[in-house]
Design a protein around this ligand. Structure first.
Ligand code: KG4
Ligand code: ZN
Length: 329
């Protein structure tokens, strides 16, 4: 079975083909970073227009690289949401139109479920059950995962996502978009110092998070300190965020009695975060290229869904927000 996966939820146009025997046989990722860089963040309208331009040539390349034709594709999966609605609609319309023309099943995937299943594309794979920390530009969640489609939300952010906090703080530090990886690099030159960032909700009984205060605190610290302290600010910010994520993950593991922890999503590319999480649990993460948005995770999640139910409809569906437990089956 070959599944074509399509991802257009934000600023990456991506597709990939998953083969049930060989795994990912072909993948393409086109990043719109250069397009949005001068605005310091993603401009939704520009993102949609660029997906329209790039997606079909990428799919053609993907098929050619895998030496496959549309006849060899058994199903199409696309990111139905959450994400930027215009960007999602491009992927949804292309996926459903191809499925209609090629007479193939088609399924809309929850973006975070695709991120979660990306951990199964690398070795070693975690055995179920495990606790998953989902950390991206739009989500910060702790989820108990008993199996594919068996998710229980344990806690989540009450305001900003952690990726958003990285990006906004990076911007305040004068770093280019996308800020998360840039801030991580700058923090490597920083040192422990008197600069202190709050750890919001660290000691609450739940496993929820709050990251809006830390961003406001960053604005204050950046204003108060000279240029040559920026690396120390980045260091202090990152330590606060990493400690919060790690301690709450530990709490989630204690609550559920589980020992395996999975971390996925763009922020899971962060080395300090991985280091800290590994102190508390047997840690599993996707390969770095599968942490940020990609087509492989969508193709694979699509394959898992098709295993459960191969049915389809050709209604074009895109949703800016919806819970992972309600994704199509
Ligand atoms: O999963 P992703 O590619 O897209 C969304 O679904 O949002 O995640 C993007 C987020 C951005 O906020 C980006 O700054 C952050 O992940 N990110 C990082 C790192 N790499 C990406 N944050 C911290 N450290 C990194 N190395
Ligand atoms: Zn993502």
């Amino acid at each position: 079975m070959n599944v074509l996966g399509i991802e257009t939820s934000c600023d990456e146009t991506a597709c990939a083909i998953f083969n049930e025997v060989e795994g990912i046989v072909s993948e393409e990722v086109y990043s719109q970073i250069a397009l949005h860089a001068e605005y310091g963040g993603v401009v939704p309208e520009l993102a949609s227009r660029d997906h329209i331009k790039k997606l079909t040539p990428l799919i053609k390349n993907c098929l050619a690289k895998a030496k496959l034709t549309p006849d060899d594709i058994d199903g199409i999966a696309y990111t139905k949401g959450p994400g930027l609605i215009g960007a999602l609609m491009v992927g949804a319309a292309v996926a459903k139109s191809l499925a209609f023309a090629w007479k193939k099943p088609c399924i809309g995937i929850h973006h975070m479920e695709a991120h979660l299943m990306a951990v199964m594309l690398s070795e070693p794979k975690p055995a179920y059950p495990f606790v998953a920390l989902l950390v991206s530009g739009g989500h910060t969640q702790l989820v108990e995962v008993k199996g594919f489609r068996q998710y229980r939300l344990l806690g989540e952010t009450v305001d900003d996502a952690v990726g958003e906090a990285f990006d906004k703080t990076a911007k305040l530090l004068g770093l280019p978009y996308p800020g998360g990886p840039e801030l991580e690099q700058l923090a490597k030159q920083g040192h422990p110092s008197e600069i202190h960032f709050p750890r919001p909700m660290l000691h609450t009984a739940d496993v929820n998070f709050s990251f809006s205060g830390i961003k406001t605190h960053a604005a204050m610290v950046v204003r108060a300190l000279p240029e040559n302290r920026k690396a120390d600010i980045a260091f202090a910010f990152q330590e606060a965020v990493v400690e919060t994520l790690a301690k709450k993950s530990k709490k989630a593991l204690d609550e559920t009695g589980l020992s395996r922890l999975v971390v996925v999503g763009g922020v899971s590319a962060n080395k300090r975060l991985r280091e800290e999480l590994a102190k508390y649990a047997e840690l599993f993460c996707p390969e770095r290229r599968y942490c940020t948005d990609n087509g492989a995770m969508v193709a694979y999640a699509g394959y898992l869904h098709f295993q459960k139910s191969p049915s389809t409809n050709y209604k074009i569906e895109a949703l800016p927000r919806f819970p992972m437990s309600e994704s199509e089956t």
